[in-house]
Design a binder for this molecule. Structure first.
Ligand SMILES: Nc1nc2c(c(=O)[nH]1)N[C@H]1C(S)=C(S)[C@@H](COP(=O)(O)O)O[C@H]1N2
Ligand SMILES: [Mo]
Length: 463
């Protein structure tokens, strides 16, 4: 299948200036319309110029006639212009003490705040630009943020971690003491329980950054929590729960079941993607609770208390609970169930031409590995099984993709993930049948993107 350059929407659509820019304010429909129009005009000029240039060259139309080159490729005589960087001297090795940054042409790939959700207070959210990312790792500088009381850059030499409660003797660790212990490095996603929350209410948030951008995936490094508990002589029989507490103003406190701790999966991390944690992610210590909602991944971790009952703290009594149809609250929801989303094409992007596209997206499950992802381009009537790109890791993001030839007609694109326990991601109808309509958190419904004839992609809900 020929891949014509101009057809590739890629994640670029929301990044570099040549392509479509992400609307700064998604509530501003006028601005979104203007950007769409600019993108389309740009494309038209490109085709016109390409053909004018091609007509001036005899060799290229010949190659075209033989079908060796696709129209928009052979027309681009820019290949004959020797650019400055092929002639002059490049820049010197980075100055001593420098830390690398992305290309200036990628300056639109940023975390963003949703004006509808976040105020500029310390209790806020920033979303990761899922539409611009490849593979499964979130670059540390683009990791989503959720702060209940602002972030801090804590001096690691002053930071302490205490283990107390049902232990032989309360123990206080310095960071140096923790970093001397045997460490594990593991890839895991962290998803805020509030990810995709606005869509419960049928509110069509325009881009995947805002619908699903409260998820990120990193390689974390640290010491299994069970090691620290054993060092403090924790009573692992009477001790059924561990309270994790953060050091900043929110005093974030969450109960972690001892069963999870004993499995060896929970760890106290200081590393993220090969370097120390970023301050926004809890530097110098954060709890990693694979598969469990983000709020349990306590940042700036300062205390772990072993107890025999759930602690029912303020953070477990106000937020991240689900109001059920029968009027009861589901309080200790912790596992993030199987979920997926197509990131390209997705809301806010524009398909500039009909023809080939690689549909791609992310799938995950808090219960283990993703087993299969199906993709529909007709609103869920027919499904095709997507390719899972390696690696496929438990409780980590999994990248999937599917070849697609767009015929230029309206299409509704969806993905449906299944995990190794056999759990299948529900439709909105199935989810509402069980959970009712009053939930805010833990929305793992199938996402639908409508590709309009104009090529514009919109967030829609299919009932
Ligand atoms: N100390 C502390 N830990 C915290 C929070 C916080 O505000 N303070 N927010 C929690 C919530 S609700 C989420 S979703 C994740 C967000 O992690 P991130 O900011 O690294 O993406 O951290 C959790 N741990
Ligand atoms: Mo969260």
């Amino acid at each position: 299948m020929p891949i014509v350059k101009g057809n590739l929407v890629r994640q670029k659509m929301l990044s570099a200036g040549r392509f479509l820019k992400a609307p700064e304010n998604f509530l501003n429909q006028a601005e979104i319309k203007t950007v769409f129009a600019e993108a389309k005009n740009g494309r038209r000029d490109f085709i016109r110029l390409a053909f004018a240039a091609a007509a001036a060259s005899a060799a290229i139309p010949a190659a075209m006639a033989q079908g060796k080159l696709a129209a928009s490729e052979d027309g681009d005589l820019n290949i004959l212009n020797l650019p400055e960087h092929s002639k002059g001297l490049g820049q010197g090795v980075s100055a001593a003490g420098s830390y690398g940054a992305p290309s200036q042409y990628e300056s639109n790939v940023l975390r963003r705040q949703s004006p509808g959700l976040t105020q500029t207070t310390q209790s806020s959210v920033s979303f990761a630009p899922l539409q611009s990312l490849f593979g499964i790792i979130t670059p540390s500088g683009l990791h989503f943020e959720r702060h209940h009381q602002g972030w801090w850059d804590i001096d690691p030499s002053k930071h302490r971690l205490m283990v107390n409660g049902l232990v032989k003797a309360a123990k206080v660790f310095t960071l140096d003491e923790i970093m001397r212990l045997p460490a594990v490095s593991r890839f895991h996603f962290i998803e805020c329980g509030a990810n995709t929350a606005v869509d419960w209410g049928n509110v069509a948030v325009p881009t995947v950054q805002y619908t699903h951008g409260m998820i990120s995936c990193s390689e974390f490094t640290g010491v299994p929590l069970i090691t620290l508990l054993e060092m403090a002589g924790a009573d692992l029989k009477a001790g059924k729960f561990v309270l994790a507490e953060g050091a900043e103003g929110s005093s974030m406190t969450r109960t972690i079941p001892m069963e999870l701790v004993k499995s060896g999966e929970v760890f106290v991390a200081y590393g993220q993607n090969g370097e120390m944690l970023r301050p926004e992610q809890g530097y110098p210590l954060r709890l990693v609770v694979p598969g469990v909602q983000g709020v349990s991944w306590v940042k700036y971790l300062r205390r772990l208390e072993v107890g025999d009952m759930p602690f029912a703290t303020k953070d477990e009594a106000i937020h991240y609970m689900d109001l059920q149809p029968d009027g009861l609250h589901r309080q200790y929801t912790s596992i993030q169930e199987c979920k997926s989303v197509v990131t390209t094409p997705s809301g806010g992007q524009v398909l500039l031409d009909k023809g080939f596209y690689s549909i791609t997206g992310l799938a995950w499950s808090g219960r283990g590995k993703v087993k299969r992802v199906d993709v529909s381009v007709d609103g869920g009537r027919n499904w095709q099984t997507a390719r899972l790109e390696s690696p496929v890791l438990a409780k980590a993001l999994t990248r999937f993709s599917l070849d697609w030839n767009w015929d230029g007609k309206p299409a509704i694109i969806q993905s449906r993930a299944m995990d190794e326990t056999g759990f299948v991601q529900p439709t909105y109808k199935q989810l509402r049948a069980v959970r009712g309509t009053r939930s805010i958190y833990h929305n793992n419904a199938i996402q639908s993107w409508l590709v309009q004839e104009s090529g514009e992609v919109k967030n829609v809900q299919v009932s």
